[in-house]
Design a protein around this ligand. Sequence first.
Ligand SMILES: CC(C)(COP(=O)(O)OP(=O)(O)OC[C@H]1O[C@@H](n2cnc3c(N)ncnc32)[C@H](O)[C@@H]1OP(=O)(O)O)[C@@H](O)C(=O)NCCC(=O)NCCS
Length: 175
Amino acid sequence: MTTLRAFTCDDMFKFNNVNLDPLTETYGLSFYMQYLAHWPEYFQVAESPTGEIMGYIMGKAEGHGDKWHGHVTALTVAPDYRRLGIAAELMSWLEDISEKKRAYFVDLFVRVSNTVAITMYKRLGYIVYRTVLEYYSGSPDEDAYDMRKALSRDVHGKSVIPLKQAVRPEDVDNY
Ligand SMILES: CC(C)(COP(=O)(O)OP(=O)(O)OC[C@H]1O[C@@H](n2cnc3c(N)ncnc32)[C@H](O)[C@@H]1OP(=O)(O)O)[C@@H](O)C(=O)NCCC(=O)NCCS
């Protein structure tokens, strides 16, 4: 049985089995603490009956006016526990919280090469809203898709009309 519960500071000592995945970013401790302090309701962990971390989601609410939205900062499931619907469950949690906060949409960034995640997000109702050029630094840098799903407050689906033009990372907040 899988339990969804709030992420705690102690979980940072236990999430190596999840974070060793090459597509999962590991941030500095202060970054996780900032999310825990500001948006604890958006930081959920899926735990196995033996107390192992199966996966987690970390997000936040941000933006002004009709850009008020929920954002997925990290979503990851340990290789042993994939294809069990855990990521879909965690996404559903984040969408529900965003609905309660009267957000217009949920968005996230994903590497254009991450076809597994892109397939999953499309299956969950997300569309590619725009491409962000060289969003991920490395050698070479990699573009991101900014994917979105409209929530019930966005009655006319304005937030999910795709942009034709790619943007630079520094311009992400200007559109
Ligand atoms: C992407 C990831 C989070 C999916 O987690 P998961 O718990 O296995 O996903 P789910 O079981 O909830 O899958 C939901 C749906 O997504 C699709 N999907 C998930 N994994 C898939 C795969 N390997 N191939 C094809 N479709 C897949 C399926 O449609 C699936 O539904 P189904 O099993 O009923 O067909 C996981 O593979 C992962 O942690 N990857 C590394 C980190 C990462 O890429 N995170 C996203 C960064 S933005």
